[in-house]
Design a binder for this molecule. Sequence first.
Ligand code: GLU
Length: 505
Amino acid sequence: MSVRVRFAPSPTGPLHIGGLRTALFNYLFARKHKGTFILRIEDTDQSRFVPGTEEYITESLRWCHLDIDEGPARGGPYQPYRQSERKNLYRQYANLLLQSGNAYLAFDTPEEIEQYRKQAESEDRTFQYDMSVRNKLKNSLSLDETEVKRLINSGAPYVIRFKMPENEEVRINDLIRGEVSFHTSTLDDKVLFKSDGLPTYHLANVTDDYMMKITHVIRGEEWLPSLPLHVLLYKAFGWEEQMPRFAHLPLILKPGGQGKLSKRDGDKMGFPVFPLQWKDPNTGELSSGYRESGYFPEAVVNMLALLGWNPGTDQEIFSLDELAEVFSLDRVGKAGARFDPEKVKWYNQQYLKQKSENELTAMLTPLLESKGIKADFSALQKAVGLVKERATFVADLWKEASFFFVPPQEYDQATVKKVWREGTASLMKDVIKLLSNPGPFSNSGIESAIKDYAEKHQIGMGKIMNPLRLLLVGGSFGPHLIDIMVHLGKEETLRRIDTGIKIIE
Ligand code: GLU
């Protein structure tokens, strides 16, 4: 039987990094087993629908190269893949459960339920619609048949609830957690079908997994409490043979380890928790994204893969294809995985280093154009080569290399204080004379000229090179100084020294 897995987000907000990891693990599992990766949009809760989020989800997957085999845009043999477009399919399944006595109609109004809740609260209990109270409430189990018919005919709104079997132990083998067990006495009679004519998550999710022939359900730990209900639904439908295997992924924890990483944490703690930037359509609030912050998708994917999964070796850098080869659910841990924003930066740096100078220059060019800076491609490429080692993001390349193209507008005061002494100006004037000599303006030529001078006048090299760097770049940063001079060329080097002396003095 070929593997079929689904990523089944609800469009209730932008996908966060945890959701993206769920998508990634499903994708990797599908590729590893030459199976099918399905995107299914679970949009039956219309009250929580947020416009734009489905597009956001699709774009995030595309950015990370998690190619979908079946889904709303791609279509496929089990389409449609958006639950709102499947809404006519669910009632018949709810009816099957009614017929077999595994579900019942409940007429209690939201106000009545609220009343029970308040009453319980005042008695220090929590209200649960379950086997202990169902016979005392307004439903087709407690009311007689004629009353039920009368209510239906009068148009009274009702929901369909699952009739949780009494006194049963539900045992199931989770592919990550091993055997997990639940006792039905603790579980409530969940609503399967709402009065608005739409199924709840539980009914839609289970029947769609069945109809779409899903073989493995890989999802976050927060769905573990729903597992016994889902297993009992498969049983009630008589689908036990077709029931998928379940794997519940560990939580992603805050960097400090205290609690689950939440959507709010990112901008509070200074790092993105979303793959792409998101603007809330209701409040206009902007949340930062990895893409807009200059991260490579490879870096984000690589970091996410190791959040809860380990390869069993020291290897840290994996391409998506490599991951698909080595990934297995056996190596996903149960314990929460701590999110480390510094590690994503480290990955970004590693992937930046792997890119060619040509590629990086092409990435940098639009950034410069947006600043209105025109730089010759091959000159830029050379500069990129000189500063690549110091960059984590493409934008850093410009921070590190801009002085190649734009002379210093100001000089770092701390550096001036440190390296500019009495006599430095005349020393720099000597350097101008030295470098003005005819002859090739090459690394070895410049180096030997400065060295000879230093020896002859008994001056340490630092006394010459540090102020020289200040004049050429505006501070104490940058690559090897003689490389900078060669790159700038003789004329520009001399001009910067001359201007700098005048400004600083
Ligand atoms: N719609 C659920 C979600 O938003 C899917 C959970 C599942 O995979 O069963 O995560």
